[in-house]
Design a protein around this ligand. Structure first.
Ligand code: HEC
Ligand code: HEC
Ligand code: HEC
Ligand code: HEC
Length: 384
C-alpha cells in the first residue's frame, strides 16, 4: 500500500523484511545510477527498502511511491472483448475468408473477436482501417497488415517457445503496443554523433552524454546493437588464465556495464535485483531473476534476428532509424519500467488464441491471474 508523498507514512509490504529509510542518508551513496536518479527526483518523498538477499549481503531494492504509482497507470489493461457463445451454424473460416495465413485454426467468431482486440491494442483511433483497405479486407496492400501478420506469428512464438522467460503469463500485442501503433521503448542502431571537427577528438563509441540506452552514462552508447541483436559475450571477468585466450578487454567490460544499466532502467530495479554486488559474476550468489533475465537476453536476440530485422524491408523509410535499420525490440519494449510487464498480469486467459497454434495452447478460457499486490513488486527473501 502506498500513501502520498511526504504526508503519509509508507506501509511495509506484508510479510516482507522491508525497512523504511529516508532518502538522503549516507547509505544511498553506494547505490547504482538507476536508483540515484530516482532519489534525486524523489526530493522529500520517502522511499521504501526491501531486503532481497541474505542479511549482510547488501541486496536491497528501493522504491519511490511516485514511480510505483506511475507504473500502475501505464500498466492498466483494457476490458477483454465479450466472448460470443459458440455457433454450430457458423461457416468454417476458409469458406468466408480468402487470405488467412496464420489464424486459420480459429473459428469465424474467435477470429472476429481477435480483430476487434487487435484494433484496441494497436490502433484504437484508426481501427480496422489501420491495417485494412475497408473495401477489400483480404488485400495485403497496407504494410501494416503484413507486419501485423508477422507479429501474430511472433506473439505465438514467444508464448509457446520462450516460456523460460515469459512463463505462463505470456504476452499479447498490448504488452508492447499499449494502444499505440509504434510501441514505446523500441531502438535503432546508433553510430553516435557525426564528428564534424577533428578537435572533438576520437570518441571510441562512448563518452557522449544524454544517451538513453546506456543509462545516461559515458559508457558505450550502443550496447543494444552489441548484445541484443549482436551476440557479443556479456563478460567483465575472464574465466581462464591469460595464456589460454584471456580476451576480455576494457571495452567488453564497459559495453557489458552499459547493457546492465539499460536492463536495470527497463525493469525499474537496481543491480541487486539480480546480483549480489560482492561478486557480480557468480550465479551461486545471484537471485533467480538473473536466470530469467539470461533467457530474456536470448529471447530478445531471437526476436530481433528472426522477426524485426527481416521486417526492415517491409517498413516504409520513415519508420527506419538514422542508419537505415529497422525498429527493434529491447527489454523496455515489454517491461516499460516494471519488474514484470503489466505488473505480471496475464491477458492470455482471455485470448488463448495467442498462446500458440492450436494443439500447443490451452483448450479452455482459464481465468486471468489476479493483479499482483504491491507487496509482490519485490518479493522479499527473509534474512537468516
Ligand atoms: C493491427 C492490424 C489489424 C487490425 C487493426 C485489424 N486487422 Fe483484420 N487482419 C489483420 C491481419 C494480419 C490479417 C490476416 C491474418 C492471417 O493471415 O492469419 C487480417 C485478416 C482479416 C480478415 C480476413 C480477410 C480475408 O478474407 O482473408 C478480416 C475479415 C478482417 N481482418 C477484419 C478486420 C476487422 C473487421 C477489423 C476491425 C475490427 C480488423 N480486421 C482489424 C490485421 C488487422
Ligand atoms: C515484443 C513486442 C511486440 C509485440 C508482442 C507485438 N509487437 Fe507489433 N511492433 C513491435 C515493434 C518493435 C514494432 C516496430 C515499430 C514501428 O513500426 O516503428 C511493431 C510494429 C507493429 C506494426 C506496424 C505499425 C506501424 O505503424 O508501423 C503493427 C501493425 C503491429 N506491430 C501489430 C502488432 C500486432 C497485431 C501484435 C499482436 C499480434 C503485435 N504487433 C505484437 C513490437 C511488438
Ligand atoms: C534483471 C537482472 C539483472 C540486472 C538488474 C543486472 N544484471 Fe548484471 N547480469 C545479468 C545477467 C543475466 C548477466 C549474464 C549475461 C549473460 O551471460 O548473457 C549479467 C552479467 C553481469 C556482469 C558480467 C559478469 C561476468 O561474468 O563477467 C556484470 C559485471 C554485471 N552483470 C553487472 C551489473 C551491474 C553493475 C548492474 C546494475 C547497473 C547489473 N548487472 C544489473 C542480469 C542482471
Ligand atoms: C516479449 C516481452 C518481453 C521482453 C522483450 C522482455 N521480457 Fe522480461 N518478462 C516478460 C514477461 C511476460 C515476464 C513475466 C514472466 C512471469 O510472470 O513469469 C518477464 C519477467 C522478467 C523477469 C522476472 C521478474 C521477476 O520479478 O520475477 C526479469 C528479471 C526479466 N523479465 C528481465 C528481462 C530482461 C533483462 C529483458 C531484456 C534482455 C527482458 N526481460 C525482455 C516479458 C518480456
Amino acid at each position: 500500500m502506498i500513501d502520498s508523498a511526504c504526508t503519509g507514512g509508507l506501509a511495509r509490504p506484508e510479510g516482507s523484511a522491508g525497512r523504511i529509510r529516508r532518502a538522503g542518508s549516507a547509505h544511498w551513496l553506494a547505490v547504482g545510477a538507476a536508483v540515484a536518479s530516482a532519489i534525486v527526483l524523489a526530493g522529500c518523498e520517502r522511499t521504501e527498502t526491501v531486503q532481497r538477499g541474505f542479511r549482510g549481503s547488501g541486496m536491497y531494492q528501493f522504491y519511490a511511491p511516485a514511480t510505483l504509482a506511475k507504473a500502475a497507470d501505464i500498466n492498466q489493461i483494457p476490458e477483454p472483448e465479450p466472448v460470443d457463445p459458440p455457433d454450430p451454424e457458423a461457416p468454417a473460416l476458409n469458406e468466408v475468408f480468402s487470405n488467412v495465413q496464420v489464424l486459420n485454426d480459429l473459428t469465424v467468431l474467435e477470429f472476429s473477436r481477435l480483430m476487434q482486440a487487435l484494433s484496441t491494442w494497436v490502433a484504437p483511433e484508426q481501427g480496422c482501417d489501420y491495417c485494412h483497405n475497408p473495401d477489400q479486407l483480404e488485400s495485403d496492400e497496407k504494410y501494416t497488415k503484413v507486419v501485423a501478420r508477422r507479429m501474430l506469428q511472433m506473439t505465438r512464438d514467444i508464448n509457446s517457445k520462450w516460456k523460460s522467460h515469459v512463463g505462463d503469463t505470456g504476452v499479447t500485442c498490448y504488452t508492447c503496443h499499449r494502444g499505440q501503433p509504434v510501441p514505446s521503448g523500441i531502438w535503432f542502431a546508433n553510430s553516435g554523433p557525426r564528428v564534424s571537427s577533428p578537435a572533438l577528438g576520437y570518441k571510441a563509441s562512448q563518452n557522449v552524454a544524454n544517451v538513453h540506452n546506456n543509462g545516461m552514462t559515458s559508457l558505450p552508447y550502443d550496447p543494444l546493437s552489441m548484445y541484443l541483436s549482436g551476440g557479443d559475450e556479456i563478460r567483465v571477468q575472464s574465466n581462464t588464465v591469460l595464456r589460454n585466450g584471456n580476451e576480455r578487454r576494457i571495452k567488453d567490460a564497459e559495453g557489458s556495464y552499459a547493457l546492465m544499466m539499460y536492463m536495470s532502467n527497463s525493469l525499474g530495479v537496481n543491480c541487486t535485483y539480480c546480483h549480489s554486488t560482492r561478486a557480480l559474476a557468480r550465479w551461486e550468489e545471484s537471485s533467480p531473476q538473473r536466470a530469467t533475465a539470461w533467457h530474456g537476453i536470448r529471447m530478445v536476440r531471437y526476436l530481433n534476428n528472426n522477426y524485426l530485422t527481416p521486417l526492415a524491408s517491409v517498413f516504409p523509410d520513415y519508420r527506419l532509424g538514422p542508419e537505415g535499420d529497422g525498429p527493434k525490440v529491447g527489454c523496455e519494449t515489454c517491461h516499460k519500467g516494471s519488474f514484470k510487464p503489466l505488473l505480471g498480469v496475464s491477458m492470455l486467459g482471455d485470448y488463448p488464441e495467442l498462446a500458440g497454434p492450436m494443439g500447443e495452447r490451452p483448450a479452455a478460457h482459464p481465468p486471468a491471474a489476479p493483479p499482483a499486490p504491491q507487496a509482490s513488486v519485490a518479493p522479499a527473501v527473509k534474512g537468516r
